[in-house]
Ligand binder design. Sequence first.
Ligand code: HEM
Ligand SMILES: [Cu+2]
Length: 543
Amino acid sequence: MGHVSTGKSYINEEPGLKSWFTSLDHKRIAILYFVAVMTFFLIGGIMALLLRLELFSPNTAGSVMEHIPNFLRKAGDTPADLYNQVMTYHGAMMVFMVIVPGIPAIFGNFFLPLQIGAKDVAFPRLNLLSWYVFMAGAALAVSTFFFSKIDTGWTFYTPYSIRSGTSVVMMVVAAFIMGMSSILTGLNFIVTVHKLRAPGMTMWRMPLFCWAIYSTAIIQVLATPILAITLLLLAMERTFGVGIFDPKLGGDPVLFQHFFWFYSHPAVYIMILPAMGIISELITTYSKKTIFGYTAIAYSSIGIAAVSFFVWGHHLFVSGQSEVAGIVFSFLTMLVGVPTAIKMFNWLATLYKGSIEFRAPLLYALGFLFLFAIGGMTGVILAVTAVDVHFHDTYFVVAHFHYVMVGGTLMAIMGGLFHWFPKIFGKMHSETGAIMSWVFIFIGFNVTFFPQFILGAKGMPRRYFDYIPEYEQLNKISTVGSWLIATGFIIALITVIKGLTSGAKAPKNPWGSKTLEWHAESPPIMHNFEQDPIVTAGPYEYK
Ligand code: HEM
Ligand SMILES: [Cu+2]
């Protein structure tokens, strides 16, 4: 505690911007991802606010989309076209450019090597290449905006994606390229875990964050190639008319749904498993207790990764699937609830009788527990085929996945950011600012998305830019909620900037955490540790 560093950290070891874009250091590459992902989150967030603004009132009162300046729209686009485009960009950016890369490429890159006592990841050059590949894909995705945009929804369903007059091929190739980056990062992390652990750091001494990143990496490597093939086939169908998805050419549009969800359902675990890893770290740190059921939580990460490959059919309950297939996929989907519940109960057991410190990271962790529980349980509701017949493609589904993606993953990202801020930047942020951001985001989130469960139960379909007057009141509440969320993120941004510019110098281990990164300087030196760690105990009791 309170050890003074020599001042040469990974941040100021090599001067100049160029040194960042050519750095092979995992911490610097993590920062490159941090800046990129946060920029895309900002754009995706502004689009979300625009969608909610449009949904503030039915179009009898006129459409917000009509106010989008001409230079931002294609000639002849109606408000409905613009809504479809903004919705698609929001969904595709949030999934492929924010949440999928988010925790693995930022916090995984920064802390996996530190937590296992390594100097870096296994393939530093490949790590830097992964960032450039990601940026190339992201640039192509953004550039569709200057061509004919994209309006298919983030799921690119056929046959509409074959017929749509927008830049479908450019966008699916962009997603294909970003998928490549995800595969390379996953590969790097799997080899890092198997080959670079410090002496004595056995697999069963690794922090649970490492287990979560490791399980996620397995899904990244095994599932993402399926998305790659599917998107290439769609590009070929549009370009050459090969007749695989196009019913006019004897193709099967539902086959595309199978292929797409065979990746995209495991992909939702690429998006939530790393978040669960962060939650394990936050709960053990701020309850001052060793995590309850370490082995069970580690196994449940692998268990979730495995079962996640067998449930994709729950997206096709109303796509003409056979009853038997429906029953099987319904059962398997509920099965995922078992390893997930193991985590939830073990986190609660860890908190029980802990010496709880109500710091911002813990509040974000508690927010995760509450919101993810709602997200998870509404997932079980949707897994019941009979119920899904009613709820499919309604706002109940929109609320469900936002409770998981925002209520879960985004809460964990914010908790991880304020937990690791002193270690990453060597500065202390304002706790008040961090807590205020949580208050607005947590309340705003429930005000935005809880009414959507009711709207969905009342039958409001998703992906519509207009609605009947009956839905107006709840939509108004939901839109006001989105302004509260935005306020919370603005407070968080101000807190981060103030911390970076005028925060107090951070000690080595401000929160009394037990994992190895807190044995390194704040911020760490270029190769992480003055002396290579030798581990003689653990997990969470490293000497
Ligand atoms: C932070 C605040 C957010 C707000 C207010 C928000 C709001 C919205 C709205 C209004 C829609 C359109 C619903 C429709 O017309 O069917 C939407 C769709 C969607 N959102 Fe969000 N969103 C937020 C964050 C996120 C995040 C973090 C993700 C991450 C995965 C995400 C993923 C999606 C997806 C995948 C869709 C579906 C798009 C489609 O139908 O093609 N959203 N969101
Ligand atoms: Cu699914």
